[in-house]
Design a protein around this ligand. Sequence first.
Ligand code: SME
Length: 216
Amino acid sequence: MKRSTAAPLGDEANGTCDALSTGGGRHDRIDHRNRRNAPADGNGPRAQTCAAAGADESQTLKQTAYQECLETIAAIWSDEGGASLDDIALMATINSVLANRFPHFYWTGFYRVCGDRLVVGPYIGTIGCLLIEFGRGVCGTAAARRETVIVPDVHQFPGHIACDPKSQSEIVVPVFGPDGDLIAVLDVDSDQLDAFDEEDQKGLETIVGLFEKASW
Ligand code: SME
């Protein structure tokens, strides 16, 4: 199977990709840039049209980035006999592909379900806490609800566990195994506020959907 390169986001399409590095913050930067050509009040129709076009374009780029990550992970899996390995190998591969593709993914990793708590698994980033009770923090909340939790500002999330003070926003996605059991959560932190949106949710949920297809 062909491997896509999953090149890092950053300098393609000039400002558009720097815009890609965040969710809400990104939109702020696009608005600001387009206001240079806007009427003096900065709120004219041209500014709004440009901002909307920039936002659409950056969402499309983000979709493409996630699709390429998915293809890269699936290709590595297929090329290197991943189906005979285990979920730890897939977690490590997913972390590497995502962290290299999205420079604003400051901490990318998995917490595995072990009994009634979460235990840290493979990750890329500064030291993560080892154990998280179900229902505690963002990870424990996503695990207890069995649904994705997006936190635009971690300082506003009651019970947020601050493993690294640089973390500003976070997304946690539940990971299900082939039997539909919750086996882990994928936790991604950004050092920028409001870095994640529905497009990230869609992209990450699709990628961790690979665990449901696993046969080990
Ligand atoms: N912030 C998480 C804890 C894990 S670290 O961010 C790596 C939480 O609140 O669950």
